[in-house]
Ligand binder design. Structure first.
Ligand code: PMP
Length: 399
């Protein structure tokens, strides 16, 4: 007989739990700086104009047939140009194995499964801290995990020396998960010079970099600039893996559209790797969803829509950068003796505030402000209407 009765409920997801608690709160002052999704200055979700236009074109013309197993060829081609560069010789030489993936999460998972199937003895090095789901993904793919130093709590910046030591001390040929830009949850990225040193050391050690690029364009406002780390590794002649997501930079969160790519030694290897990635996807979901892929390829293939998109990404990034300045200035105006420089030094969607779990609890219980207990503030939830209230509350619990 079936015996499901012994099954305990799974632990609550810490991030989704925050939203639940926020929704249940009836205070008019409540603020949600937990979610990792962009909001406009009125706290409302945003659908980009370029996306609306692409959807009009889809509604007028296109069918809903299955995509090929590897996903939309057009979407993949445009994604590779964004990550590897418009004129990348690797694209021309067909050295990149790439498939459409179920957004960034699905791209990471497919890669983890690939790693397990073809390099069963390999491990993955993951930064401390990281997006919590990275641990779940590689755990469920049964790839052993190691960690490497990344964040330096005292400086609220990068622990570069320890990071480099960990790279040097890892066995030759190790797999490393790197956040390509706008590191989640810390908002701390290596500088260009530091990336060059990291890339150099990877070369010495023969490590394989797997870039999770969930925020291309969200860090600086310019997707080209945000691809800098990847381009440095490419210049240095590495083979790389890359997970791309259109959740944030096109606001396509629920459409689940992304791309997994693996730069191979030659075109023959790329054909083999792509076919194996498809083989992994086939028994899981057969083929990826069509709507988001159409939206992305329509936007990126039309120069006018693409430039509209670039303007809109920049607009989102700029609003966040503006809110960083406003939050810091408000804290300083209130006379906080603490340094809040890291709010404006960090980039991307998140600010790793340095607040303790107890301080976060006070923000929630006394001020109806919701966020994860690691002190991560989603800057996307900060607006001109709530920034002063937020600064005041942070000041109260940190003084
Ligand atoms: N990687 C990182 C670092 C992220 O922060 C996220 C989104 N929270 C993702 C991947 C994946 O997001 P999605 O699956 O929605 O593209």
């Amino acid at each position: 007989s079936l015996c499901f009765h012994g099954i305990e409920p799974a632990p609550k997801d810490p991030i989704l739990g925050v939203t639940e608690a926020f929704l249940a709160d009836e205070s008019p002052h409540k603020v949600n700086v937990g979610v990792g999704a962009y909001r406009d200055d009125n706290g409302k979700p945003v659908v980009l104009e370029c996306v609306r236009e692409a959807e009009r074109r889809i509604a007028g013309n296109l069918n809903m047939e299955y995509l090929p197993m590897g996903g939309s060829i057009d979407m993949i081609e445009e994604s590779l140009k964004l990550a590897y560069g418009e004129n990348s010789e690797y694209i021309k030489d067909k050295k990149i194995a790439a498939v459409q993936a179920l957004s960034g999460t699905g791209a990471c998972r497919l890669f983890a499964d690939f790693q397990k199937r073809f390099l069963p003895d390999s491990q993955i090095y993951i930064p401390v801290p990281t997006w919590a789901n990275h641990h779940n993904i590689w755990r469920d793919a049964r790839v052993p995990q190691r960690t490497y130093h990344y964040y330096h709590p005292e400086s609220k910046g990068l622990d570069f020396a320890s990071l480099m030591d960990d790279i040097k001390n890892a066995p030759n040929g190790s797999f490393f998960l790197l956040h390509a830009c706008a590191h989640n949850p810390t908002g701390v990225d290596p500088s260009e010079e530091e990336w060059r040193e990291i890339s150099y050391q990877f070369k010495v050690k023969g490590h394989f970099p797997f870039f999770d690029m969930a925020y291309q364009g969200f860090a600086s406002g310019d997707p080209e600039r945000d691809a800098k780390a990847i381009r440095i590794f490419l210049e240095d002649g590495h083979l790389i893996g890359c997970a791309q997501s259109y959740a944030k930079n096109m606001g396509l969160y629920g459409q689940r559209v992304g791309c997994l790519s693996v730069l191979c030694e030659d075109d023959k290897q790329a054909v083999a790797v792509k076919s194996q990635l498809q083989q992994l996807a086939r028994p899981m979901y057969s083929n990826p969803p069509v709507h988001g892929a159409l939206v992305v390829s329509i936007i990126l293939k039309d120069p006018n829509l693409k430039s509209l998109w670039l303007k809109e990404v920049e607009g989102m990034a700029d609003r966040i950068i503006g809110m960083r300045t406003a939050l810091r200035e408000n804290l300083e105006k209130l006379g906080s003796p603490l340094s809040w420089e890291h709010i404006t030094n960090q980039i991307g969607m998140f600010c790793y505030s340095g607040m303790t779990p107890e301080q976060v609890d006070r923000l929630t219980n006394e001020f109806h402000i919701y966020m994860t207990r690691n002190g991560r503030i989603s800057m996307a939830g900060v607006t001109t209407h709530n920034v002063q209230y937020l600064a005041n509350a942070i000041h109260e619990v940190t003084k």
